[in-house]
Ligand binder design. Structure first.
Ligand code: KG4
Ligand code: ZN
Length: 340
């Protein structure tokens, strides 16, 4: 079964076709990072306009690249949220038009849950082993889900304030590094010593599964204020700070995951996904500390993409739960962007 996925929740316009929920036939991503970098973060109005300019040509290009037509597609899947409203409107309106025009069903997909499927792409049958714990670590979310199968998500942990990726971005900004900050911090940390600057242990209580990142950010703000009072930050100090911050930010996830494993002792495997899962230090810390099979997405599917949307859409389509599938005669193309 071939699903065409459409993603436009933030600053990436993406189209993909995925077969049977794990084989990517084509996946195209038009990133707007360069446009937003000059503003130090995503400007929602600009993002929406960019999606509008890009989406139709990208969809045509994806089908052409895969030598497919809409006739070959079984259903469409589109990100329904969460995300920037203006950006979501563009993708959803486009998906509705394409579904209506081609007579194919449309599957609304939750972006955060879809990230998990980014790590499933390319895995062989039977993997990941269920029940599993899935950790979504992105710019907007830090969630641990307990999953019994591809469509059952039990939210075990979430952040009470900033998301992990958001914290990387904010700390990078404090250090004068460009947006998006996560990869910049990782690069700078390579030259640093993670033990050189003691970091506070945030949310140390083992029984509390929730995440928090604003305290760590405030610690860095205060640390930099003190250091800069004595002059500019040295390169060594900046590298050490990146390495120490990165380790503490990532170890919080490792600690909470260990606590989640106590709550869910039958867990067979771990899935790590979302933009921060591209971080190599994170992968090392996970492998060193968690003794279960652990799956990460290929680098292309860590950050936002439409293959993960199509893959999750495939499983929702098969399960056809809760009336979430929209046949073309269920709705009209002019209804509000929400599906419910
Ligand atoms: O999943 P994603 O592409 O978009 C959201 O749905 O939020 O995640 C983007 C986030 C950004 O905060 C970015 O700085 C972070 O992922 N990120 C990283 C790395 N690559 C991306 N954080 C740490 N290390 C990285 N290598
Ligand atoms: Zn995302």
């Amino acid at each position: 079964m071939k699903i065409l996925g459409i993603e436009s929740s933030c600053d990436e316009t993406a189209i993909a076709v995925v077969e049977d929920g794990r084989h990517v036939i084509v996946s195209l991503v038009a990133s707007q990072t360069d446009i937003h970098a000059q503003f130090g973060g995503v400007v929602p109005e600009i993002a929406a306009r960019q999606h509008l300019e890009t989406i139709d040509a990208l969809s045509d290009a994806a089908l052409r690249k895969a030598s497919l037509t809409m006739e070959d597609i079984d259903a469409l899947a589109v990100t329904r949220g969460p995300g920037l409203v203006g950006s979501l409107v563009v993708g959803i309106a486009y998906a509705k038009g394409l579904a209506l025009g081609s007579g194919k069903p449309l599957i609304p997909v939750d972006h955060v849950k879809a990230h998990v499927h980014g790590a499933v792409l390319g895995l062989s049958e039977g993997k990941p082993e269920f029940p599993c714990l899935a950790i979504v670590v992105s710019g907007g979310h830090t969630n641990i889900f307990a999953m019994k199968d591809f469509t059952s998500y039990e939210l075990l942990a979430y952040s009470i304030d900033d998301a992990c990726g958001e914290c990387f971005d904010k700390v990078a900004k404090l250090l004068g590094l460009p947006y998006p900050g996560g990869p910049q911090i990782e690069k700078k940390a390579l030259a640093g010593d993670p033990k050189a600057i003691p970091m506070p242990t945030i949310m140390a209580k083992k029984s509390d599964l929730r995440f928090s990142y604003s305290g760590l950010k405030t610690f860095i703000v205060n640390f930099l204020r003190k250091e800069r009072a004595n002059g500019d930050l040295s390169e060594t100090m900046a590298a050490n700070l990146c390495a120490a911050f990165q380790d503490e930010a990532l170890m919080q996830i490792v600690r909470k995951l260990k606590s989640a494993l106590v709550v869910k002792p039958k867990t067979q495997s771990i899935v790590v996904c979302g933009g921060v899962s591209a971080n190599q230090r994170f992968r090392t810390l996970m492998r060193e500390n968690i003794g279960l099979p652990t799956y990460f997405p290929a680098l292309a599917y860590c950050s936002d993409n439409a293959a993960m949307i199509a893959a999750y859409g495939h499983h929702l389509f098969k399960a056809e739960k809760n009336g979430t599938i929209f046949k073309t005669d269920d709705w009209d193309a002019y209804s509000r962007f929400q599906f419910s």
